[in-house]
Ligand binder design. Structure first.
Ligand SMILES: NC(=O)c1ccc[n+]([C@@H]2O[C@H](COP(=O)([O-])OP(=O)(O)OC[C@H]3O[C@@H](n4cnc5c(N)ncnc54)[C@H](OP(=O)(O)O)[C@@H]3O)[C@@H](O)[C@H]2O)c1
Length: 271
Protein backbone atom coordinates (compact mmCIF):
# COMPACT_ATOMS: atom_id res chain seq x y z
CA UNK A 1 0.00 0.00 0.00
CA UNK A 2 1.58 3.27 -1.10
CA UNK A 3 -1.24 5.83 -0.83
CA UNK A 4 0.82 9.01 -1.00
CA UNK A 5 3.29 8.22 -3.73
CA UNK A 6 0.66 7.07 -6.23
CA UNK A 7 1.34 9.31 -9.21
CA UNK A 8 0.51 7.30 -12.28
CA UNK A 9 0.08 8.98 -15.65
CA UNK A 10 -3.10 8.72 -17.65
CA UNK A 11 -3.10 7.64 -21.28
CA UNK A 12 -3.90 11.18 -22.42
CA UNK A 13 -1.00 13.46 -21.59
CA UNK A 14 -2.17 17.12 -21.65
CA UNK A 15 -1.45 19.32 -24.62
CA UNK A 16 0.85 22.26 -23.91
CA UNK A 17 -1.47 24.77 -22.23
CA UNK A 18 -1.77 28.17 -23.88
CA UNK A 19 -4.28 30.01 -21.70
CA UNK A 20 -3.34 29.49 -18.07
CA UNK A 21 -5.33 30.90 -15.15
CA UNK A 22 -3.66 31.06 -11.73
CA UNK A 23 -5.57 32.04 -8.59
CA UNK A 24 -3.49 33.42 -5.74
CA UNK A 25 -1.01 34.67 -8.34
CA UNK A 26 0.23 37.49 -6.09
CA UNK A 27 1.67 35.11 -3.46
CA UNK A 28 4.84 33.04 -3.20
CA UNK A 29 3.92 29.89 -5.15
CA UNK A 30 1.51 31.63 -7.55
CA UNK A 31 4.06 34.26 -8.56
CA UNK A 32 6.80 31.65 -9.02
CA UNK A 33 4.47 29.59 -11.23
CA UNK A 34 3.56 32.66 -13.30
CA UNK A 35 7.26 33.48 -13.83
CA UNK A 36 7.95 29.93 -14.94
CA UNK A 37 5.07 29.66 -17.40
CA UNK A 38 5.77 33.17 -18.72
CA UNK A 39 8.99 32.12 -20.42
CA UNK A 40 6.93 30.49 -23.20
CA UNK A 41 5.91 33.25 -25.59
CA UNK A 42 2.83 31.31 -26.72
CA UNK A 43 1.38 31.47 -23.22
CA UNK A 44 -1.37 33.83 -22.11
CA UNK A 45 -1.44 34.14 -18.33
CA UNK A 46 -4.55 35.19 -16.45
CA UNK A 47 -3.57 36.23 -12.95
CA UNK A 48 -6.11 36.45 -10.13
CA UNK A 49 -5.79 37.70 -6.54
CA UNK A 50 -6.90 40.66 -4.39
CA UNK A 51 -3.71 42.72 -4.39
CA UNK A 52 -3.93 44.91 -7.52
CA UNK A 53 -0.45 46.42 -7.21
CA UNK A 54 1.26 43.02 -6.96
CA UNK A 55 -0.77 41.65 -9.88
CA UNK A 56 0.07 44.64 -12.06
CA UNK A 57 3.80 44.27 -11.38
CA UNK A 58 3.59 40.53 -11.98
CA UNK A 59 1.72 40.89 -15.28
CA UNK A 60 4.36 43.35 -16.49
CA UNK A 61 7.17 40.98 -15.47
CA UNK A 62 5.46 38.06 -17.24
CA UNK A 63 5.27 40.11 -20.44
CA UNK A 64 8.97 40.95 -20.12
CA UNK A 65 9.65 37.22 -19.83
CA UNK A 66 7.81 36.55 -23.11
CA UNK A 67 4.16 35.70 -22.41
CA UNK A 68 1.09 37.87 -22.68
CA UNK A 69 -0.69 38.47 -19.38
CA UNK A 70 -3.86 39.96 -17.94
CA UNK A 71 -4.89 40.29 -14.33
CA UNK A 72 -8.15 40.50 -12.42
CA UNK A 73 -8.60 41.73 -8.87
CA UNK A 74 -10.97 39.30 -7.19
CA UNK A 75 -11.71 37.87 -3.79
CA UNK A 76 -12.32 34.14 -4.33
CA UNK A 77 -14.74 34.11 -1.40
CA UNK A 78 -17.12 36.21 -3.55
CA UNK A 79 -18.40 33.04 -5.14
CA UNK A 80 -20.90 34.37 -7.68
CA UNK A 81 -18.61 37.20 -8.73
CA UNK A 82 -15.77 34.70 -9.17
CA UNK A 83 -17.89 32.35 -11.29
CA UNK A 84 -19.09 35.22 -13.50
CA UNK A 85 -15.51 36.43 -13.94
CA UNK A 86 -14.19 32.99 -14.87
CA UNK A 87 -17.03 32.55 -17.36
CA UNK A 88 -16.16 35.92 -18.97
CA UNK A 89 -12.47 35.06 -19.07
CA UNK A 90 -13.20 31.64 -20.59
CA UNK A 91 -15.34 33.27 -23.30
CA UNK A 92 -12.38 35.42 -24.33
CA UNK A 93 -9.54 32.99 -23.65
CA UNK A 94 -10.72 29.37 -23.36
CA UNK A 95 -8.79 28.17 -20.35
CA UNK A 96 -6.47 25.23 -21.01
CA UNK A 97 -5.05 25.02 -17.50
CA UNK A 98 -6.43 26.41 -14.25
CA UNK A 99 -4.25 26.31 -11.13
CA UNK A 100 -6.41 26.70 -8.02
CA UNK A 101 -3.75 28.05 -5.72
CA UNK A 102 -5.31 30.86 -3.64
CA UNK A 103 -5.22 29.94 0.00
CA UNK A 104 -5.05 31.19 3.58
CA UNK A 105 -4.32 29.52 6.88
CA UNK A 106 -5.09 29.93 10.55
CA UNK A 107 -3.81 28.24 13.67
CA UNK A 108 -4.63 27.63 17.29
CA UNK A 109 -3.24 29.96 19.97
CA UNK A 110 0.13 29.56 21.70
CA UNK A 111 -1.62 28.19 24.81
CA UNK A 112 -3.90 25.89 22.82
CA UNK A 113 -6.71 28.44 22.45
CA UNK A 114 -9.34 27.66 19.81
CA UNK A 115 -9.03 29.13 16.33
CA UNK A 116 -10.95 32.34 15.85
CA UNK A 117 -14.35 31.60 14.22
CA UNK A 118 -13.92 34.30 11.56
CA UNK A 119 -10.55 32.83 10.67
CA UNK A 120 -12.05 29.33 10.38
CA UNK A 121 -14.74 30.64 8.01
CA UNK A 122 -12.13 32.52 5.94
CA UNK A 123 -10.06 29.35 5.59
CA UNK A 124 -13.02 27.23 4.45
CA UNK A 125 -14.43 29.98 2.20
CA UNK A 126 -11.08 30.52 0.48
CA UNK A 127 -9.47 27.09 0.41
CA UNK A 128 -12.57 24.96 -0.20
CA UNK A 129 -15.44 27.06 -1.62
CA UNK A 130 -12.94 29.23 -3.52
CA UNK A 131 -11.71 26.13 -5.36
CA UNK A 132 -15.22 24.75 -5.97
CA UNK A 133 -16.45 28.11 -7.27
CA UNK A 134 -13.40 28.51 -9.52
CA UNK A 135 -14.05 25.13 -11.12
CA UNK A 136 -17.85 25.07 -11.24
CA UNK A 137 -18.26 27.23 -14.36
CA UNK A 138 -15.27 25.63 -16.09
CA UNK A 139 -15.94 21.91 -15.82
CA UNK A 140 -18.92 21.88 -18.22
CA UNK A 141 -17.04 24.10 -20.67
CA UNK A 142 -13.99 21.85 -20.61
CA UNK A 143 -16.26 18.84 -21.09
CA UNK A 144 -17.79 20.48 -24.16
CA UNK A 145 -14.33 21.21 -25.52
CA UNK A 146 -13.14 17.72 -24.52
CA UNK A 147 -9.93 19.29 -23.33
CA UNK A 148 -8.48 20.96 -20.26
CA UNK A 149 -6.34 20.58 -17.19
CA UNK A 150 -7.22 21.34 -13.58
CA UNK A 151 -4.55 21.65 -10.88
CA UNK A 152 -5.60 21.92 -7.25
CA UNK A 153 -3.03 23.04 -4.70
CA UNK A 154 -3.69 21.05 -1.55
CA UNK A 155 -1.00 20.31 1.07
CA UNK A 156 0.81 17.44 2.80
CA UNK A 157 -1.35 18.55 5.74
CA UNK A 158 -4.26 16.95 3.86
CA UNK A 159 -2.96 13.47 4.74
CA UNK A 160 -2.85 13.85 8.49
CA UNK A 161 -4.50 16.70 10.37
CA UNK A 162 -1.98 18.76 12.32
CA UNK A 163 -3.36 19.80 15.74
CA UNK A 164 -1.82 23.24 15.25
CA UNK A 165 -3.86 24.04 12.08
CA UNK A 166 -7.16 22.12 12.25
CA UNK A 167 -9.31 24.16 9.85
CA UNK A 168 -6.51 24.49 7.29
CA UNK A 169 -5.84 20.73 7.25
CA UNK A 170 -9.58 20.05 6.95
CA UNK A 171 -9.84 22.42 3.97
CA UNK A 172 -6.84 20.85 2.24
CA UNK A 173 -8.11 17.29 2.84
CA UNK A 174 -11.43 18.36 1.30
CA UNK A 175 -9.90 19.76 -1.90
CA UNK A 176 -7.60 16.75 -2.20
CA UNK A 177 -10.63 14.44 -2.13
CA UNK A 178 -12.47 16.73 -4.56
CA UNK A 179 -9.58 16.64 -7.02
CA UNK A 180 -9.29 12.86 -6.80
CA UNK A 181 -13.02 12.55 -7.49
CA UNK A 182 -12.84 14.96 -10.45
CA UNK A 183 -9.95 13.04 -11.97
CA UNK A 184 -11.97 9.82 -12.13
CA UNK A 185 -15.12 11.60 -13.28
CA UNK A 186 -13.52 13.68 -16.04
CA UNK A 187 -10.95 11.29 -17.45
CA UNK A 188 -13.26 10.23 -20.29
CA UNK A 189 -13.71 13.90 -21.24
CA UNK A 190 -9.95 14.19 -21.78
CA UNK A 191 -9.67 16.54 -18.80
CA UNK A 192 -6.59 16.03 -16.65
CA UNK A 193 -6.93 16.69 -12.94
CA UNK A 194 -3.88 16.94 -10.69
CA UNK A 195 -3.70 17.31 -6.93
CA UNK A 196 -0.56 18.99 -5.60
CA UNK A 197 0.45 18.42 -1.97
CA UNK A 198 3.49 20.52 -1.08
CA UNK A 199 5.32 20.40 2.23
CA UNK A 200 6.77 23.65 3.53
CA UNK A 201 7.43 26.29 0.89
CA UNK A 202 8.97 29.69 1.71
CA UNK A 203 6.22 32.31 1.37
CA UNK A 204 4.16 34.76 3.40
CA UNK A 205 2.02 31.83 4.48
CA UNK A 206 4.88 29.72 5.81
CA UNK A 207 6.47 32.83 7.40
CA UNK A 208 3.39 33.00 9.64
CA UNK A 209 3.25 29.27 10.40
CA UNK A 210 4.10 28.89 14.09
CA UNK A 211 5.56 25.33 14.15
CA UNK A 212 8.78 23.78 12.84
CA UNK A 213 9.20 23.86 9.06
CA UNK A 214 11.45 20.90 8.18
CA UNK A 215 12.79 20.57 4.63
CA UNK A 216 11.31 23.88 3.52
CA UNK A 217 12.01 24.67 -0.15
CA UNK A 218 11.84 27.93 -2.11
CA UNK A 219 8.72 28.92 -4.04
CA UNK A 220 10.75 28.75 -7.27
CA UNK A 221 11.75 25.16 -6.58
CA UNK A 222 8.16 24.25 -5.70
CA UNK A 223 6.94 25.88 -8.92
CA UNK A 224 9.43 23.89 -11.00
CA UNK A 225 8.26 20.64 -9.38
CA UNK A 226 4.62 21.58 -9.94
CA UNK A 227 5.11 22.51 -13.61
CA UNK A 228 7.03 19.29 -14.28
CA UNK A 229 4.34 17.25 -12.51
CA UNK A 230 1.57 18.91 -14.51
CA UNK A 231 3.41 18.29 -17.77
CA UNK A 232 3.57 14.60 -16.84
CA UNK A 233 -0.07 14.64 -15.75
CA UNK A 234 0.73 13.26 -12.30
CA UNK A 235 -2.45 12.36 -10.44
CA UNK A 236 -0.87 13.31 -7.16
CA UNK A 237 2.25 15.35 -6.70
CA UNK A 238 3.41 15.29 -3.08
CA UNK A 239 6.82 16.70 -2.12
CA UNK A 240 9.46 16.78 -0.74
CA UNK A 241 9.86 13.01 -0.71
CA UNK A 242 11.15 12.54 2.90
CA UNK A 243 8.30 14.60 4.36
CA UNK A 244 5.84 12.84 2.07
CA UNK A 245 7.11 9.51 3.40
CA UNK A 246 6.90 10.85 6.95
CA UNK A 247 3.24 11.79 6.42
CA UNK A 248 2.59 8.31 5.07
CA UNK A 249 4.05 6.80 8.25
CA UNK A 250 1.92 9.12 10.37
CA UNK A 251 -1.16 7.81 8.55
CA UNK A 252 -0.34 4.15 9.11
CA UNK A 253 1.13 4.34 12.63
CA UNK A 254 -1.13 3.71 15.62
CA UNK A 255 -2.64 7.04 16.72
CA UNK A 256 -0.72 7.33 20.05
CA UNK A 257 2.58 7.01 18.16
CA UNK A 258 1.68 9.46 15.40
CA UNK A 259 0.38 11.91 18.03
CA UNK A 260 3.75 11.62 19.80
CA UNK A 261 5.61 12.44 16.56
CA UNK A 262 3.35 15.43 15.98
CA UNK A 263 4.25 16.78 19.43
CA UNK A 264 7.96 16.21 18.75
CA UNK A 265 7.69 18.51 15.73
CA UNK A 266 5.86 21.13 17.77
CA UNK A 267 2.55 20.47 15.99
CA UNK A 268 0.93 18.90 19.01
CA UNK A 269 -1.34 21.70 20.13
CA UNK A 270 0.11 23.27 23.27
CA UNK A 271 3.34 25.10 22.49
N1 LIG B 1 3.75 27.83 1.77
C1 LIG B 1 3.57 26.58 2.14
O1 LIG B 1 4.36 26.07 2.98
C2 LIG B 1 2.45 25.77 1.56
C3 LIG B 1 2.45 24.38 1.80
C4 LIG B 1 1.42 23.62 1.28
C5 LIG B 1 0.43 24.20 0.52
N2 LIG B 1 0.46 25.55 0.30
C6 LIG B 1 -0.63 26.13 -0.48
O2 LIG B 1 -0.08 26.83 -1.59
C7 LIG B 1 -0.98 27.88 -1.97
C8 LIG B 1 -0.20 29.17 -2.15
O3 LIG B 1 0.32 29.54 -0.89
P1 LIG B 1 1.64 30.41 -0.69
O4 LIG B 1 2.55 29.61 0.14
O5 LIG B 1 2.11 30.95 -1.99
O6 LIG B 1 1.06 31.56 0.24
P2 LIG B 1 0.96 33.14 0.05
O7 LIG B 1 2.25 33.69 -0.39
O8 LIG B 1 0.35 33.63 1.31
O9 LIG B 1 -0.07 33.29 -1.17
C9 LIG B 1 -1.45 33.08 -1.03
C10 LIG B 1 -2.14 33.60 -2.26
O10 LIG B 1 -3.55 33.41 -2.14
C11 LIG B 1 -4.21 34.63 -2.44
N3 LIG B 1 -5.45 34.75 -1.70
C12 LIG B 1 -5.66 34.55 -0.37
N4 LIG B 1 -6.94 34.80 -0.06
C13 LIG B 1 -7.56 35.14 -1.22
C14 LIG B 1 -8.87 35.52 -1.54
N5 LIG B 1 -9.86 35.56 -0.62
N6 LIG B 1 -9.17 35.83 -2.83
C15 LIG B 1 -8.20 35.79 -3.77
N7 LIG B 1 -6.93 35.44 -3.53
C16 LIG B 1 -6.62 35.12 -2.26
C17 LIG B 1 -3.21 35.71 -2.02
O11 LIG B 1 -3.43 36.90 -2.76
P3 LIG B 1 -4.06 38.28 -2.22
O12 LIG B 1 -3.70 38.40 -0.78
O13 LIG B 1 -3.45 39.31 -3.13
O14 LIG B 1 -5.51 38.10 -2.47
C18 LIG B 1 -1.90 35.09 -2.47
O15 LIG B 1 -1.72 35.35 -3.84
C19 LIG B 1 -2.06 27.93 -0.87
O16 LIG B 1 -3.22 27.25 -1.31
C20 LIG B 1 -1.43 27.17 0.27
O17 LIG B 1 -2.38 26.61 1.12
C21 LIG B 1 1.44 26.34 0.79
Amino acid sequence: MMPIASSEMSANAPVTPKNILITGASGGIGTALAHLYATDKNTHLILLARNAAKLKTLAKRCEQLGATASFHVIDVTQRQHLQDLITDIDNQHPIDLIICNAGVTSHIGAQGEAENWDAICRVIDTNLYGVLASLNPLIRRMQTRQQGQIAIISSLGAYRGMPITPAYCASKAAVKAYGEALRGWLVNDNIQVNVICPGFVKSDMSDHFPGDKPLMISADKAARKIKRGLEKNKANLSFPFPLNLGMWFLMVLPAPLSDWFMRRFDYGGRR
